[in-house]
Design a protein around this ligand. Structure first.
Ligand SMILES: [Zn+2]
Length: 316
């Protein structure tokens, strides 16, 4: 069964709290598992979520501040210890390669060769294309070099059974129409795929951590079904957010609004806030963005919005 969901392993910013672990998120996408920003304690949070090292196929680090990467040694060693056999692609800013090396080889262990390093440099980079998704990175604006990530499934088609029947396409002809783009029916008519189907836009997710508002933020978020974005501060602390290279709840919502996203997922909260402050994040975001807003808690599982929910006709 295909599962597409975000599992929240941690949602604090620089300092974990009683309620929130350091960052960490596993995006489950059919058979793939993209582990974003494994902060301290990620290995145990995965156990708490019922996940295993074997579920990880990608590890994407936005930058090398500790709350986004101090869980790398634990994950690397667990991947080796558990004998994970498939490749695990590790994406990180090339400018931080020295930190990656330290984390990957932090302490002696029996090393595995399944980790494939894909350092990112420049304004943007494409790490994977096509099936099951295209993965791109865009540079963000933070005191150390940081990248956000975007996953995009290729567009597909949804067949329209009534149109197929009307045009006399049935049985094995349907398969041939899907493969060849057109087919000749029993009565000699040529029928094209476009006549019998609608485009089913691929699902898209953006993952944007530590940054100020910048071009990369909007490139990443453009039209995604789910935007996972930091909102370290409330709007009252906008000056502080700009100074430290972060976003406020209202700014995160502004991105969601301008980019036309399906669901806004707020995370990465400063330790200065108590649980009783949480409704204010949602309130400030809702003043700007009128779509669905989710404020995460550790161990939450957030499904990708269904295609129907974002208004795509004829898809499940
Ligand atoms: Zn940071």
């Amino acid at each position: 069964m295909s599962v597409r969901e975000l599992v929240v392993l941690g949602s604090a910013s620089a300092v974990p709290t009683k309620h929130r672990n350091h960052n960490g998120y596993l995006l489950r996408w059919d058979g793939q598992g993209v582990l974003f920003d494994p902060g301290e304690g990620t290995q145990r949070q995965m156990i708490m979520s019922g996940l295993a090292a074997n579920d990880v196929t990608w590890m994407c680090v936005t930058h090398f501040h500790g709350d986004h990467c101090l869980g790398v040694p634990g994950m690397v060693q667990r991947i080796a210890r558990d004998g994970v056999a498939h490749p695990v692609r590790a994406v990180f800013p090339a400018s931080g390669a020295v930190y990656w090396d330290r984390l990957r080889h932090a302490t002696p262990h029996r090393e595995s060769d399944v980790i494939v390093e894909l350092p990112v440099a420049g304004e943007s980079a494409t790490l994977a294309t096509g099936d099951p998704f295209t993965l791109t990175a865009w540079r963000l604006s933070h005191p150390v070099e940081a990248y956000g990530y975007r996953l995009a499934e290729p567009d597909g088609v949804t067949m329209l059974p009534a149109r197929l029947a009307e045009l006399g396409v049935r049985g094995p002809l349907v398969r041939r129409l899907q493969e060849d783009g057109e087919v000749r029916t029993a009565d000699g008519r040529t029928v094209t795929l476009a006549e019998c189907s609608v485009v089913r836009p691929g699902q898209k997710v953006a993952f944007i951590m530590d940054t100020r508002l910048c071009d990369g933020v909007f490139e990443l978020a453009d039209g995604v079904d789910m935007l996972v974005i930091e909102s370290t501060f409330l709007d009252e602390e906008a000056a502080l957010a700009a100074d430290y290279g972060h976003l406020t709840a209202g700014q995160a919502a502004e991105v969601a609004k301008q980019a036309g996203v399906g669901r806004l997922v707020l995370t990465h909260f400063s330790e200065r806030y108590r649980p009783s402050d949480e409704p204010r994040f949602t309130e400030q975001a809702a003043r700007v963005f009128d779509g669905e807003i989710t404020l995460v808690h550790d161990l939450d599982r957030i499904p990708l919005p269904s295609r129907r929910a974002i208004g795509v006709k004829g898809a499940d």
